[in-house]
Design a protein around this ligand. Structure first.
Ligand SMILES: [Zn+2]
Length: 270
């Protein structure tokens, strides 16, 4: 996170594959699916960068006024900051994992807005509170919400079909895998249970079993967006298709947490 310099942080928008697009910025990924009956947008990024996202959609030939749903991965400001503004602009419905609704309406001050020196003026009441297994369907697209608590309590992973001519791929956007909110220090400071770490491990076990062709992250470094975009530009049409990467990433996420816990043990013993 970071990122209060929108003039330094635009990214070239592009089509990932078929009807799936990247419309995010350097610090926060935004994805869009053209369902044939309106757009579904996944995460919105910071409010201060919303104009970049809107511009990216137009440049992709997608009309932001056709956004029907905004699906938020988790309640941190870098993913939902611009959601209320985008809803005003488009009338889209905002969906978020039920436990993270409190991040959105400001009753639980854990959005990281304060830490970034932002006023919490983006707060809003979500339209749809998602539970594990809920489905959002629009046009030719069916999005399944998979509860993956840990990074936040209500982090939602979204699994959905992507259509590319005759071919159909399964894409999945990981709900949140940053270790910053899983350290003992952070959890204790915010009166959150250490058991969120167990929840995270269980969630990653579940994700590992999902069969996914296109792994999407909510930050570009998670799924090596830039590297794949380079390949795509060089003619590799399937640069984002990799049936192994999703499960590998789930294992990597578990390993990161194990390492963090080991490090904490060593620090407390030393
Ligand atoms: Zn986060």
């Amino acid at each position: 996170m970071g990122a209060l310099r929108p003039w330094e942080e635009p990214m070239e928008p592009f089509r990932i594959i078929g009807n799936l697009y990247f419309a995010g910025t350097v610090p926060a990924s935004v994805h869009a699916v053209d369902t044939g009956d309106g757009l579904i947008v996944f995460d919105v990024g910071y409010q201060s960068q919303l104009h970049l996202v809107v511009d990216s959609l137009y440049r992709l030939g997608l009309d932001p006024r056709n956004i029907k749903y905004v699906l938020i991965t988790h309640g941190h400001i870098d993913h939902l900051g611009g959601a209320a503004a985008l809803r005003k602009m488009t009338g889209a419905k905002i969906a978020i994992g039920k436990p993270d609704a409190k991040y959105a309406d400001g009753t639980l001050d854990l959005s990281f807005a304060k830490e970034l020196g932002l006023e919490y003026n983006e707060s809003f009441t979500p339209d749809i509170l998602l539970n594990d297994g809920d489905v959002i369907a629009l046009g030719n697209t069916r999005v399944r919400a998979v509860a993956t608590p840990g990074h936040t309590r209500g982090a939602m992973t979204y699994v959905f079909n992507v259509t590319d001519g005759e071919d159909v791929y399964t894409a999945a956007l990981h709900g949140g895998q940053g270790m910053n909110t899983l350290s003992a220090e952070y959890l204790l400071k915010n009166s959150l249970p250490l058991s969120l770490r167990d929840d995270f491990l269980k969630a990653m076990d579940r994700l590992e079993k999902e069969k996914v062709d296109v792994f999407l992250g909510n930050h570009v470094q998670h799924n090596r967006t830039l590297e794949k975009f380079e390949k795509l530009k060089n003619g590799d049409r399937l640069a984002f298709v990799d049936p192994d990467e999703w499960a590998q990433n789930a294992r990597k996420a578990k390993l990161s947490l194990f390492k963090l816990i080991e490090k904490e043990k060593r620090t407390s013993e030393g």
